[in-house]
Design a protein around this ligand. Structure first.
Ligand SMILES: Cc1cc2nc3c(=O)[nH]c(=O)nc-3n(C[C@H](O)[C@H](O)[C@H](O)COP(=O)(O)OP(=O)(O)OC[C@H]3O[C@@H](n4cnc5c(N)ncnc54)[C@H](O)[C@@H]3O)c2cc1C
Length: 386
């Protein structure tokens, strides 16, 4: 067992940490207030190779393994979680399934512009009546010669109206259940894709989220991922892997909250001494520190397991569950350490509190993670580490 980062992992972390400190952290509060999507920052992230991290070099990506990617997401989220979600979506729920389930021709066509950051990507799974229960989706597809036509409505789509390529799930016939569902790569820059007004969100305010109507949206037959009927398989494999990015995002926000709380507790004096010297405050910070470290190393281990096919599902669900529930406890504690000032927009913890909230909801709620873990447990005689 070796807990040292590799040369590449350390290099990526240090590079992103420096970029985040200089380019992301200073404007994070202003972007949260204005809600403006930072296109210039995404251009720079593309130039740094951070928008196609796990995509193989043959298709224009950086070809890094999962942990280096997670370290980048963590550092970005520590500075600005809104930027982190955009980066994670284009990398992990768009390019990752294309790289793993697309034909050579499709990969050669769509991955290079995505990986170079010339265009952004995303995923369209959720519908008004299908969130956690994805297999009940109602967006349909029909074959029309050498193309498919997709119709239906998708909601909560990150990068809608900004991204070019989206992985979309649709069914041939709702009566077929999960077996009728296929996954496609949709070019959203066409008349049949109607992006609705942006959602007004609690947090992640400079990340763009919107509903999308599909009206006979055209998808070339060559843009199918896997075979027809394999859509759920593609989606579940993608989410098993991508939810590690949400765990990393949670860890980054939690680190920022702990940093803020620590600085404040050393400066703020009450009853004649810095509040960190009051045991209740010191112990609160100690719990935050210990819980963050536990979530972090569970996530890093899951990243290591992701290189071993077939073993990831339970561990990635554990990491996402623990990291997202942990960050919510940590941001609440950080606000408490700040007293009344934690309730003010003048202090970063107020934004961190709002940005953390969604991590127990998207890419599978905490309840869904527990379902994934419980399903794995049903087939296991023991959970003792082998
Ligand atoms: C900011 C943001 C960005 C998003 N980006 C995207 C995106 O890019 N693409 C995309 O496709 N989706 C996206 N989503 C959607 C997100 O993945 C869904 O909101 C999430 O999967 C939950 O679905 P739902 O909102 O329909 O909730 P529901 O599924 O309706 O769940 C409501 C509640 O019921 C619980 N519940 C449901 N079923 C069960 C059960 N069997 N047992 C116990 N509890 C249960 C849930 O855990 C939850 O607490 C985004 C959401 C947000 C908020």
């Amino acid at each position: 067992m070796d807990f040292e980062f590799s040369e590449q992992q350390r290099m990526v972390r240090d590079m992103v940490r420096a970029f985040a400190a200089e380019r992301l952290r200073p404007g994070a509060g202003a972007r949260d207030a204005s809600g403006e999507f930072p296109a210039d920052i995404f251009r720079e992230l593309g130039e740094l190779g951070l928008l196609g991290m796990m995509t193989p070099e043959a298709y224009g990506g950086a070809g890094t393994e999962t942990l280096a990617y997670l370290l980048a997401i963590e550092e970005i989220a520590r500075a600005d979680a809104s930027v982190a979600v955009g980066v994670s979506v284009t990398n992990s729920v768009c390019q990752w399934p294309i790289a793993h389930f697309g034909s050579e021709e499709l990969k050669g066509r769509v991955l290079p512009p995505l990986a170079r950051g010339e265009v952004l990507g995303g995923i369209m799974l959720t519908e008004p009546g299908a969130g956690s229960d994805l297999a009940s989706l109602r967006t349909t597809y029909r074959r029309d010669g050498d193309r498919f036509l997709l119709s239906g409505s998708k909601v909560w789509i990150t990068n809608a109206g900004i991204g070019a390529f989206f992985v979309v799930l649709a069914t041939r016939d709702t009566a077929l259940g999960a077996k009728g569902i296929s996954a496609f790569v949709l070019d959203a820059r066409q008349p049949g894709v109607l992006v609705q007004p942006r959602e007004k969100k609690m947090g992640l305010r400079s990340s763009v989220t919107a509903a999308v109507m599909l009206e006979d949206a055209v998808v070339p037959a060559a843009n199918l991922l896997g075979s027809e009927g394999e859509g759920m398989k593609v989606a579940l494999a993608t989410l098993d892997h991508s939810r590690l990015g949400i765990a990393a995002q949670a860890i980054g926000v939690a680190q920022a909250a702990l940093d803020e709380a620590l600085t404040y507790a050393k400066q703020r004096e009450q009853f004649g001494r810095p509040i960190i010297e009051h045991e209740a405050v010191g112990f609160r910070l100690a719990d935050m520190d210990a819980e963050l470290e536990a979530a972090r190393w569970l996530t890093y281990r899951a990243a290591w397991l992701s290189q071993h096919p077939g073993r990831l599902s339970r561990t990635s669900a554990q990491a996402k569950l623990v990291a997202s529930e942990t960050v919510n406890r940590i941001v609440a504690a950080a606000v408490q350490v700040h007293g009344g000032y934690g309730y003010s927009r003048e202090f970063a913890v107020e934004r961190l509190y709002r940005d953390a909230r969604v991590t127990t909801i998207y890419e599978g709620t905490s309840e869904v993670q527990r379902m994934v873990i419980a399903r794995a447990l049903r087939t296991m005689a023991t959970t003792a580490t082998d």
